[in-house]
Design a protein around this ligand. Structure first.
Ligand code: AMP
Length: 389
């Protein structure tokens, strides 16, 4: 997720820049000013309480702000993250934002301050007042808003300077130049965040060969739990022996074993752009484990893809593979193949459904030759990376 707070005095251009950023990065826009104006228009209890304060240019109490933000944020649609405009405006609100981010299992990437001198703010707001229809865009109220900004809002910057996520741009430059400065900061932020893909598909759908090739193509680390387990078998470790027994019975390997192997892989992967997970998560429990593991590394899932192949085709592919050298111990008999398909159906399909509700799963047609399917999935990943970066 990409979470940004735009900071600056009234009239700094936060609203204008937000419009670009929301579109460019598919962010969910939260302007506390807009939310308050909506409450006022609806004549709600919160709106009525805020009305006279806003009209005088004062700051609405944190208690009201937390309620309107909470209401909006929990509706959290499938966006790439949040863009906050006009929030946090007090030191207390900076703490509120920290709490909200924790609740959403994410964090603020940076606070970008649009620096504009006071007189420039005043003249811009007076100008805007001619057309905005906002009762608070008149000189006396503007002066009061700036006074509140200097007294209560400016100290918020120290909070983010201490956290090391404060960035600033020259807000007096042209709209395009300010936009360029902001996108340069965001690109830098995004290059720090990992792009993580989960590749789903029934056994025989090609997720292994595709996953490996895609990881190479996009410079991502390939995490195939099956291959990790095989390595344990090949190295004749104690874990390997246990795994062999489970394979013989067509059973899944316990989470304790798999989680340790993934943990090791994540910890050893330095300077990488992200991961492609194949064959994991396979159960609902594993989906929670994966969220937890990524979260521990300050990351989250970016994209979920399912390769779709009709059942008869799957069976014929698996049967063909069982007669070749690439036959795995878990697909050397019809009964084992059927058992694996059944395990996927009963345990993994509910995971895909859960992801579909939470993040959306992109389905890709897995029929056709390797190159065709590879091209289809690559396009999906390219789009995902583009919308994230
Ligand atoms: P804006 O549209 O951001 O300029 O906000 C207009 C007015 O709404 C401000 O002058 C405040 O009275 C009120 N307001 C907006 N956001 C906040 C906030 N985070 N905390 C307190 N008051 C706010």
């Amino acid at each position: 997720m990409l979470n940004i707070a735009l900071f600056g005095p009234p009239g700094a251009g936060k609203g204008t820049q937000s419009e670009f950023l929301v579109r460019k990065y598919n962010l969910y826009y939260i302007s506390t000013g807009d939310l308050l104006r909506k409450e006022m228009a609806a004549k709600s209890k919160l709106g009525n309480e805020a009305q006279s304060i806003i009209a005088s240019g004062g700051l609405v109490p944190d208690e009201i702000i937390v309620q309107i933000i909470e209401k909006t944020i929990t509706e959290n649609p499938g966006s790439n993250g949040f863009l906050f405009d006009g929030f946090p405006r007090t030191y207390i609100q900076a703490y509120i934002l920290e709490g909200l981010m924790i609740k959403l299992h994410t964090s603020l990437n940076c606070l970008i301050s649009l620096n504009v001198p006071e007189e420039e703010s005043v003249s811009r707001l007076l100008n805007r007042g001619k057309t905005s229809g906002r009762s608070d865009d008149n000189e006396q109220v503007i002066r009061n808003r700036l006074h509140e900004y200097n007294q209560k809002t400016l100290p918020v910057l120290q909070f983010y300077k201490d956290k090391g996520i404060y960035r600033e741009v020259d807000g007096t430059a042209s709209i395009e130049k300010v936009h360029e400065q902001i996108t340069a900061i965001i690109s830098q932020e995004l290059s720090k965040s990992l792009f993580n893909v989960v590749l789903f598909g029934y056994p025989g759908s090609g997720r292994g060969s595709q996953g490996k090739a895609l990881a190479k193509h996009f410079g991502l680390e390939y995490v195939a739990t099956g291959a990790m387990l095989d390595q344990e078998i090949r190295m004749h470790t104690e874990t390997g022996k246990k795994i062999t027994e489970l394979y013989e019975n067509g059973q899944l390997v316990p989470d304790e074993i798999v989680v340790q192997l993934i943990e090791k892989k994540l910890a050893n992967s330095k300077e990488i752009k992200g991961f492609i997970f194949k064959g994991y998560p396979r159960t609902l429990v594993q989906s929670y484990i994966l969220d937890g593991l990524l979260r521990k590394h300050g990351s989250s899932l970016s994209q979920i893809i399912e390769i779709e192949v009709p059942t008869l085709e799957l069976i014929s592919r698996l049967d063909a593979r069982s007669k070749t050298d690439s036959c795995m111990p878990y697909d050397n008999s019809t009964s084992k193949i059927v058992k694996r398909l059944h395990e996927h159906e009963t345990k993994t399909v509910p995971v895909i459904e859960k992801y579909n509700q939470l993040h959306g799963v992109t389905k890709v047609n897995g029929m056709g030759d390797f190159e065709e399917v590879f091209t289809r999935i690559s396009e999906v990943i390219e789009n995902g990376i583009r919308s994230m970066r």
